[in-house]
Design a protein around this ligand. Sequence first.
Ligand code: E4P
Length: 224
Amino acid sequence: MKLFLDTANIEEIKKVNEMGLLNGVTTNPTIIAKQLTNTKSEDLFKETKKILKEICSISEVPVLAEPISQECENIVEESIELSEISSQIVAKIPLTQEGLKAVKILKERNIKTALTLIFSLKQALIAAISGVEYICPFVGRLDDIGEKGIELIYNIVKVYKVYNFKTKIIVASVRNIEHIINSAIYGADAVTVPYKLIDELINHPLTQKGIEKFLEDWSKLSNR
Ligand code: E4P
């Protein structure tokens, strides 16, 4: 399973990359907006492209970037402009009729695409039929409305295997370690993880306790 980082914060991306854990980066307008709160520039698309360019320069991994427009023609135009930043860019488009039309055109132009805001198996099925490269099913937001988001991942993996669909599943809206563990158990291709969960993924109390015991025993030896 691959680990994508769900952030546009350069320092966070660098830190995860330094540990050799970065397989990709996902962004969305909310994530980009967080980095642009203090910008003085009026040209927000230009500023967005600057951030994405910097992200792409950190490591040669896929970087998912979302156009703001919702009409096919404009989605295509924005996605092309985003893809000109780097061949790493994947245009991340909400699953709508306009979005599907855009994916078809972008695929014909060899621009990589992801369909996002996926909340049901029927949507995941439609996305796979479209031949999109990635889907982003949102588990946390399903939990928020009282559903078991992770069950969607189990079902998507099962159906995609039956039909040997090539579309890759990036589990999104990940809120806790259970989401990550269950995504791995069910066989999702990737999870996109908020930076705040990275420490929790790495640490175990017995690892720290073990280090302390090793150091204590070693210092006894050197203080004989
Ligand atoms: C992927 O990049 C998604 O947009 C993101 O994981 C959504 O997360 P949220 O539901 O916590 O906003």
